[in-house]
Design a protein around this ligand. Structure first.
Ligand SMILES: Nc1ncnc2c1ncn2[C@@H]1O[C@H](COP(=O)(O)OP(=O)(O)O)[C@@H](O)[C@H]1O
Ligand SMILES: [Mg+2]
Length: 254
C-alpha cells in the first residue's frame, strides 16, 4: 500500500483556443513509506502535479496509479496539506480533525478518539477545544497534519507546508514530521522551494525543469537520519541540487 506510479503524465491547461502545456511526460515511481521531495522553479507545475495525485485536477495523458488503482477523483487514501492554513475557522481543533472521519461515516465517539490520538501525536491534545485563530502558524500546520492523518491516508501530499513559518518553527516542524513519518510509515510527497529542507527531509529529491515541468533529475539522499545541516555530506548534496537548479536555463527558484 502507498505505492504510486506515474507514467508519461502530461497536463495542459486550455484557455479559449490556447493550450498551456504545464507538465510533460512525467515518470515517477514512489514506493510505500518513501519520503520524496519535489523542487523546481516557480510555475513548473509542482502544485498541479500534487493536485492531480490528490484527484483534484484532471490530466491530459499518461497514467497516475496508486496501489493498482487509476487516480480519477479525490479519495481519503490521498491526503493533502497546503501552505495556507486550510482549517475550518468555525470549528475547534478537535472538530477540524474529526471532520474527515465523520464525513466517511465513522461514529462521533470513534472519530473523536481517533482525532485525539492524532492530536497527541502532533503534541496538541491540550488545545483540542481551541479555535484556529487562537493558534500560531506552526500549531495550525500541526493541526493540518493531524487532520490529514485522521483520514488514514496511504499517501500524504504536502504543498510547501512550512513555507510561511519562521525558521525556528520550520526546523521544529521538520523534525516533528520526520518523527511522525517514521511512526506512521506513510508515503510522503513534499513540495518545497528550500533546498536545505529537501536535503534534510527526503530519501529522494525530484528536480523539475521550468514549465512545462519535466523530471530533470532525481537525486538520492542516502545520508542516515538524524541529519545534520552543518556536515560536509549534507553540504555536498545541497551543492549538487543547487547546481542542477541553476542549470535550469536561468530559471529562478521561488
Ligand atoms: N486552474 C488553472 N488554469 C489555468 N492555468 C493554471 C491553473 N493552475 C495552474 N495553472 C498554470 O500552470 C502553471 C503551473 O502552476 P503550478 O502547478 O501552480 O506551479 P508551481 O506550483 O510549480 O509554482 C502555471 O503557469 C499556472 O499559471
Ligand atoms: Mg505551487
Amino acid at each position: 500500500m502507498g505505492n504510486l506510479v506515474i507514467e508519461k503524465l502530461s497536463k495542459e491547461f486550455k484557455k479559449e483556443k490556447d493550450k498551456f502545456p504545464t507538465l510533460k511526460d512525467i515518470d515517477l515511481a514512489v514506493k510505500n513509506g518513501e519520503f520524496v521531495t519535489i523542487l523546481g522553479p516557480s510555475g513548473c507545475g509542482k502544485t498541479t502535479l500534487l493536485r492531480i495525485i490528490a484527484g483534484l485536477e484532471t490530466y491530459s495523458s499518461g497514467t497516475a496509479i496508486l496501489d493498482d488503482e487509476l487516480i480519477t477523483s479525490p479519495s481519503p487514501k490521498r491526503g493533502m496539506v497546503f501552505q495556507e492554513y486550510s482549517l475550518f475557522p468555525w470549528k475547534t481543533v478537535l472538530g477540524n480533525v474529526m471532520f474527515g472521519p465523520v464525513m466517511r461515516g465513522v461514529s462521533k465517539t470513534d472519530a473523536e478518539a481517533k482525532a485525539i490520538a492524532y492530536l497527541d501525536l502532533v503534541g496538541l491534545s491540550d488545545f483540542k477545544h481551541s479555535y484556529p485563530y487562537e493558534l500560531s502558524g506552526g500549531m495550525k500546520q500541526r493541526v493540518a497534519i493531524a487532520r490529514a492523518l485522521a483520514n488514514e491516508p496511504e499517501i500524504i501530499l504536502m504543498d510547501e507546508p512550512f513555507g510561511a513559518l519562521d525558521a525556528q518553527t520550520r526546523n521544529n516542524l521538520q523534525n516533528e514530521l520526520l518523527r511522525i513519518w517514521q511512526e506512521e510509515k506513510k508515503t510522503i510527497i513534499f513540495v518545497t522551494h528550500s533546498v536545505d529542507e529537501a536535503v534534510f527531509l527526503s530519501d529522494r529529491i525530484v528536480i523539475f525543469s521550468k514549465r512545462p515541468g519535466t523530471v530533470k533529475k532525481i537525486v538520492e539522499v542516502s545520508i542516515p537520519r538524524p541529519r545534520d545541516r552543518t556536515r560536509p555530506e549534507e553540504n555536498a548534496i545541497r551543492n549538487e541540487v543547487l547546481r542542477l537548479l541553476d542549470s535550469n536555463e536561468n530559471a529562478k527558484i521561488d
